[in-house]
Design a protein around this ligand. Structure first.
Ligand code: FES
Length: 184
């Protein structure tokens, strides 16, 4: 697959371009810099745009096709922008047996976000993950990096999503009314 054709649908703003340029410049003299650059760009932007692969290729001499291959190989990298809030739900064996699928059903229904996708309003992404090594807490989800164990008990995941939705509506209302106290 030609990465340029499939990945250039997301125009980058100036801040994202600068972030990519800074990250590439800071690692270009290291050994094996491709993974490190990709890791930093994923962390900074939440995904790896085509422009980043091109910049890495230009700086390292590794072809864009090879950089793309690395991105595709590692599950930690994604070529699609993530939502503002990222929900990961473990579907490893222990979590699956204890209700992981139920968590997915609840989260997708509440957010309108498809599994392994992003909601149309860009607010949420939901991904199914493999075991994250917390099987004793199954079923496990993470919301914006915070681990929620035993997540069906007391509807913990539902409550976490509801809290985000409430906070986001307050922020939106504050933005519409210009009331800065709603951001406090
Ligand atoms: S199976 Fe979910 S944390 Fe291990």
């Amino acid at each position: 697959m030609d990465p340029k054709k499939s990945l250039q649908n997301h125009p980058l703003n100036a801040a994202a371009k600068k972030a990519i340029a800074d990250i590439v410049a800071s690692h270009k003299d290291e050994r094996g810099p491709v993974i490190v650059m990709l890791h930093d760009i994923q962390e900074k932007l939440g995904y790896i745009p085509y422009e980043a692969m091109k910049a890495i290729s230009d700086a390292t001499g590794v072809s864009t096709a090879e950089v793309y291959g690395v991105v595709m190989f590692y599950a930690q990298f994604t070529t699609q922008p993530k939502g503002k809030h990222v929900i990961n739900i473990c579907l490893g064996t222990a979590c699956y047996v204890k209700g992981g699928q139920k968590l997915i059903d609840q989260a997708t229904e509440m957010t309108g976000c498809p599994l392994n996708g992003t909601s149309p309003d860009g607010m949420f992404s939901i991904d199914a993950t493999r075991c994250i090594g917390a099987c004793g807490l199954a079923p496990v989800a993470t919301v914006d990096g915070n681990v929620i164990g035993d997540a069906t008990n007391g509807n913990k995941l539902i409550k976490a999503i509801k809290m985000i939705q409430e906070d986001e509506s307050k922020l939106a209302a504050a933005g519409a009314s210009g009331d800065p106290s709603a951001n406090a």
